[in-house]
Structure formats: C-alpha cells, structure tokens
Ligand binder design. Structure first.
Ligand code: DGT
Ligand code: CA
Ligand code: CA
Ligand code: ZN
Length: 585
C-alpha cells in the first residue's frame, strides 16, 4: 500500500518546484496529492485498472510518475529534483511551521540545508535578520523543532485505515486463518494510533505467524513467537499479532481493544465478584487448603472454572453489564452507565443524511459546485452544504462581497441538476476583534453560516475566548467551525475557555462543528461529550476540498460516537424540515 508515500512525494516535489521558482506546477502536484489523500482504496489497484487518470487532478504526467513509483519503488524525476536543490526538503518540511517559501529564504540567505543547520542558526540568533522572521516566527520554529523531536511516532487514523484493512485482508487469505479482527486504539476510533493490534483465530498459529512476518513492505521483524509477533513496516507503522483459540477470542478482543483504564476497571469488577479476568477469559477461582498427611504446612491448590470469553458480549453480560461500544471504552463513566443500562444509543452511519462545510473552486477547493454535488449524489447524500472561505486572508482565493452573488448563483444552478438538497453558505473568518467581515443582513440570507478562527491564533485565553464569544453573540452564526483549531501532531489547540464557549453556543443556538478532516478531527470525542453535557448540539462536517474528501464522513461520525452522541444531538440526523428550521437565523 503506497498511497501515503506517494502523497508525501508529490507534496515534496511541489515544494522543491516552488523553491526553484517554478510557477503553476507546484499547485498541480499539491492538487493531485490532496485528491489521493482522500482515496479510500489502494492506489496500486486503481492503477491496475488503468484508472489513475480519473482521479481529479491526476493528468498524464503525474499518472506516469505514480505508475513508475508503484512498479519500481522509486521515482527518477524526484531523485533528480532532490539532487538539484541541495536542500533536505523532506527533513525541513516535517517542521510544522516551515513551508517552501521560508525554506527557500533560509537557503538563499543563510545556506541552511537541513535541520542541523537550522538549529545552529537559531542558537546564533541569525534568523531574526531575515525579512518576515519576527520574534513570533522564530519562537514557533523553535517549538516546531522540539515538537518534532519529542513527538511519538503516531499515525492519523485515516492514514492507518487503508493500511489496516490491507493487512487484515492479506492475513485472511491464509487457509490456516479462521478469523481476523483489529483491536487497540484503532477499534476504539481514536484520531491517531500508535500501532495496530491484530487478533486471529487459528489452529495452526505458526503458519499464520509466518505469513504475518513475511508481509510485503516489512522493514523489521521486531518479535516472532508461536502466537505473538510484532513487525515494523517501511513507512514506520508497527503492528502486533496475537493468534488465539476460539474459546478465548472474546476475552482477548476485549483485552486488546482496551483502553487500559477500561480493562483495569473491568478487572476490579471481576475481582469484587471473586472472579478473575484476563485475555484468556473470565474465571471463578476456587482455593482449597488441603493437608496432606506428613506435611507440616497446608498446600494451597487453586483451580479455575471458566465462565466466559468466547465473545465480548458474553463477558460483559456475565459481569452484569450491557455491551459497551469500543468508542466508549475510555473509563469516563461507561461502566457505571452499563451497570444501570443507561448507555447512549450512539448514532450510526445510516442516521447521517449529509454533511456540512465543503469547499469548491470558488475558494481553495479542487472541484466545482456541480462536481461536488454529483459526487454527493453518488454517495447517496440527502443534503450537502457549501461553505467556501469568506475573507480568509491566508489563502489566495477567498470569496468577497463582489464574488458572492456568482457563487450563490452556481449553487442555485447545480440544485436544478441534482436531488441532493444543496445548502448555500460560507466559512467566514472570526476576525481579531470578534467581528465578521460581512454584514448581519447578508449573512442572514445564507442557509448555513460557519464562523471559524484562522488568523491571529496566538492570542491569550481571555482575549481568544472573548473574540469567539463575541462573534457568536453578535452575528447570525449557525456553526462554530473547528472550535479548537488544533492540527493533529502539528499544532496545539487555541487557548480557549471551552466551557464559556459552550455556554454561549447553547444560549445562541450555535451548533459546534465536529470536523472530520483527518488532520483535524475537531471537536475531538472528549470535548464533544463535554459540549453535549453542557446542553449543546453538534454538526458533522467534512471540510472537503476535493470530491474524494466526501468520503471523510466516518471520521466525523467516529468523533461524535466517542463523544456519546445520539440522534437528537446531531443536526445531520434530523429530518430536513426540522434541520432547515433549526438553521433559520
Ligand atoms: P496506541 O497503540 O498507543 O494507539 O494505543 P492502544 O490502546 O492500541 O495500546 P497498545 O497497542 O499499547 O495496547 C493495546 C491494548 O492492550 C490496550 O488498549 C489495552 C491492552 N493493554 C496493553 N497493555 C496493557 C496493560 O499493561 N494493562 C492492561 N490492563 N491492558 C493493557
Ligand atoms: Ca495499538
Ligand atoms: Ca500494540
Ligand atoms: Zn476552516
């Protein structure tokens, strides 16, 4: 599975070309990368069917390069480019706040070619002399390097997903395998995973283990026993495998799904009933003291009686609990709720009728309004909400008052060509002072107004909270976009008092966004839970910039489920008339 590597290479090519001052081409490479990022299947399979050129943004020249990389594991063009620039773009690019423009400047003015050079220059305080490198920028760079050096190697859920499915599929091809499941943080739907945990049932564990440790693209076999193995793939991902007997599969799935804190609580519950719980099953322990004649001390004999373990349901039931969905297993009250039969009935994919927050070529998206609508139709969406950037000074092509009319017209026209209900709207910047750059009256005319913080993100908590609260209080906002503005493993959340924000959102009938873009996942599950507890409602969104991104729905859904969300809490699940009424301003 080479999707991830290809995305990285295309982005690096774009950056090198930009450093070289080449025009237009960088954007073409970025566009293709963004589209492939949203691809749910193995790109080698798409290539095998000869359909690479159907991927939006992939033309002849990029398709040929992808084919070469799939076939040979190398790309000559990329290798040549890397030699030409002399700068270690791969390494420097990994620093969150460093982009091609700054990399170029650093090289031209200070001959910085890699992170080691950059660290030396930072120590000698050389950067402050460069144009555009204020104290703030330098501080962020320093922080970025620290973050990079101490961050644990984790994968975004969305990056791990196709890899996980691919490995599971390859294991299932073995005749010795009766069943394969994926446990761990992946099964709990966490937004990042440290490693993948596979469980298999087999009567021939050695054969399964042999297959596991000889999967393609393995870099190192870290451990290999009869029933336990651990490997690292070339892209850095690690995976564990446990091979089990049928009778212990449920208790093992429970144990290896975790979380660790959930496990510990379950085990305490078992002990309180004089039982034991482990990955091997739930047992009653009988201790008998017997005095064998001739011995001075009594011998303690324990024998275990098996109670449950074939399935998770069986174990929960025996412990007096209703079944707990994996997303809830974080020891945040789910066990008490399961004892009282008060667990929420979580929303599922079929409850969700459509998605908010989608971008088109009217701002920084890859596809037209109609192309997005048609893809939504193919995916059987009932509605789709367009929210192109308005007044966002950080991007090249935001909407403004002059272009707004044309944009609305395009949505109106697309509506004539599809059954999907199309909502018009914007994603508008919350400016530094909490104002929005469009009048209340104009905002009122739109179906869906999303307001988000994009610029001046380093304000202290009190000011930032006031800024957001004031936007929600003074403008007809429907949805607060990506409330924390965090980027997973790249950018810390805004300094924001969420309790105050939630209270204001409830008062003003503002929905809180659950953004399913893989690098965002914002709000995350624990904060969704807090928001619902505060009486707020949520809206699921994709932040799609490409038709392929319309497949990001499961990621938003996952955060909502981790936040204990039920149908009544989620705008996307309401009947259309009720939804439209709730959006009236
Ligand atoms: P990750 O891989 O960091 O994203 O997170 P997990 O939750 O997948 O953790 P991992 O892979 O280390 O272990 C998988 C599961 O195995 C974990 O969720 C719970 C269980 N487990 C691992 N170590 C322990 C432990 O020391 N005690 C208990 N009770 N369970 C453990
Ligand atoms: Ca794991
Ligand atoms: Ca593991
Ligand atoms: Zn945004």
């Amino acid at each position: 599975m080479k999707n991830l590597e290809i995305v990285q290479i295309l982005n690096n090519i774009a950056d090198i070309l930009e450093i070289q001052g080449v025009e237009f081409k960088p954007n073409a490479y970025r566009r293709a990368a963004r589209s492939i990022e949203g691809l749910a299947e193995d790109i080698a399979e798409v290539a095998g069917r000869g359909e690479l050129r159907n991927i939006p943004g992939v033309g002849e020249s990029i398709a040929e390069k992808i084919e070469e990389f799939i076939k040979t594991g190398k790309l000559r063009y990329y290798e040549q480019l890397k030699k030409q620039v002399k700068v270690n773009v791969e390494e420097l690019n990994a620093i969150p706040t460093l982009g091609p423009k700054k990399i170029k400047l650093l090289y031209e003015k200070l001959h910085i070619t890699d992170v080691a050079d950059l660290k030396k220059a930072l120590l000698k305080k050389k950067l402050q002399t460069l144009p555009g490198f204020g104290d703030e920028t330098v501080k962020n760079l320093q922080k970025g390097i620290e973050l990079l050096e101490k961050r644990p190697q984790r994968f975004l859920y969305a990056q791990a997903l196709p890899l996980a499915l691919d490995i599971a599929r390859k294991l299932r091809q073995s005749k010795a395998v009766e069943k394969v499941d994926i446990a761990g943080s992946f099964r709990r739907g966490k937004e990042t995973v440290g490693d993948l945990d596979f469980l298999a049932i087999s009567k021939k564990p050695e054969e399964v283990m042999q297959r596991f440790t000889s999967l393609p693209d393995i870099d190192t076999v870290l451990a290999q026993g009869t029933t336990r193995g651990s490997v690292r793939f070339r892209n850095g991902l690690q995976a564990d495998l446990r091979v089990l007997k049928e009778k212990e599969f449920g208790s093992a799935l429970l144990y290896f799904t975790g979380s660790k804190d959930h496990n510990i609580e379950l085990r305490k519950l078992a002990i309180s009933k004089k039982w034991t719980l482990s990955e091997y099953g739930l047992f009653r322990v009988k201790s008998q003291k017997s005095k064998i004649s001739g011995e001075l001390e009594p011998t303690v004999q324990t024998n275990k009686k098996w109670l449950a373990g074939r399935t998770e349901e069986e174990v929960y039931k025996k412990l007096g609990l209703s079944f707990i969905e994996p997303e809830l297993r974080e020891n945040t009250g789910e066990i008490a709720a399961a004892q009282q039969k008060k667990l929420p009935k979580l929303i599922t994919a079929k409850d969700v009728q459509g998605m908010f927050h989608n971008h088109t070529t009217w701002s920084d998206g890859n596809a037209s309004v109609l192309e997005m609508a048609k893809k939504a139709e193919e995916l059987q969406f009932r509605f789709l909400s367009f929210n192109d950037h308005y007044g966002h000074i950080g991007i090249t092509n935001p909407l403004n008052e002059r272009r707004l009319a044309g944009y609305l017209k395009a949505i109106e026209q697309a509506q004539k060509k599809t059954n999907v209900r199309l909502f018009s709207g914007v994603e508008i910047d919350i400016q530094k002072d909490g104002s929005l750059p469009l009048s209340r009256k104009k905002l009122q005319e739109l179906d869906v107004v999303i307001a988000s913080v994009h610029i001046s993100t380093k304000m202290p908590e009190k000011e930032m909270t006031q800024r957001v609260v004031s936007a929600l209080e003074n403008y007809p906002v429907n949805i607060l976009g990506h409330p924390t503005d965090r980027l997973l493993m790249q950018r810390e959340p805004l300094a924001l008092n969420l309790e105050k924000v939630f209270a204001t959102a409830k008062r003003q009938n503002v929905f809180l966004e659950v953004n399913g873009s893989p690098g965002r996942m914002d709000l995350p599950g624990e904060q969704v839970k807090a928001a619902l507890h505060a009486g707020c409602k949520i809206a699921l969104s994709l932040d799609a910039h490409d038709p392929n991104h319309l497949g990001y729905g499961p990621f938003a859904l996952q955060m909502a489920r981790r936040g204990w969300a039920q149908k009544k809490d989620v705008l996307n699940c309401w009947a259309l008339p009720k939804m439209e009424k709730a959006l009236r301003k």
